[in-house]
Ligand binder design. Sequence first.
Ligand SMILES: C[S@@+](CC[C@H](N)C(=O)[O-])C[C@H]1O[C@@H](n2cnc3c(N)ncnc32)[C@H](O)[C@@H]1O
Length: 191
Amino acid sequence: MEKFHVFGQFVRKPAAVGAVAESSRALAELITEAADLRHASVVVEFGPGTGAFTEVILRKIGPDAVFFAIEANESFAAATRKRCPGAVVFHDSATSVRQHLEASGRQSCDCIVSGLPFASFTPALQDEILAAVVDVLKPGGRFVTFAHLGGAFWPRGRRFRRRLEAEFPDVTVTPTVWSNLPPAFVYRAIR
Ligand SMILES: C[S@@+](CC[C@H](N)C(=O)[O-])C[C@H]1O[C@@H](n2cnc3c(N)ncnc32)[C@H](O)[C@@H]1O
């Protein structure tokens, strides 16, 4: 069901959705481990889609952690709220993260878990979102974002990696999850 939802939205807005199916449980486990959620008091997710990462984030964060997700597609925001009733999901762009943090009484966050398709974003949007991340992430905070193996080698995928490495002193790459459709890995950037 969720796979068809993602595919249907991909056909309408391929660059914004950036995937034909939701991420696998294996990728959700990997990206949430890379974020080190147990040691985070404020956690934000970008682009939850149908909630594949969200349900794992909710399981792994501490009981007192503040968590919300920001999803630009209204249909996906509704799907994540339905799948994860404990999650606060804002229908908005990730570029508005500061505004949502401040509305929840915070100035910064410990972790951002991103499901955004950076390799299909324009350079201007890549830069705008990275600037918003750097603006709100605490020193030592983690920004984790996945890349499909093919997309990582597209010109915009390679550009995104260069920009990530320019903004963050410490960027590492996880092993590839070959069972994901398509195979994917995670960038872990520490502020
Ligand atoms: C590749 S899908 C990933 C969905 C989910 N995280 C997963 O892995 O199955 C990308 C998601 O990012 C959302 N998105 C795209 N641009 C966005 C933006 N500027 N702000 C917030 N969400 C955005 C899309 O609507 C879509 O839900």
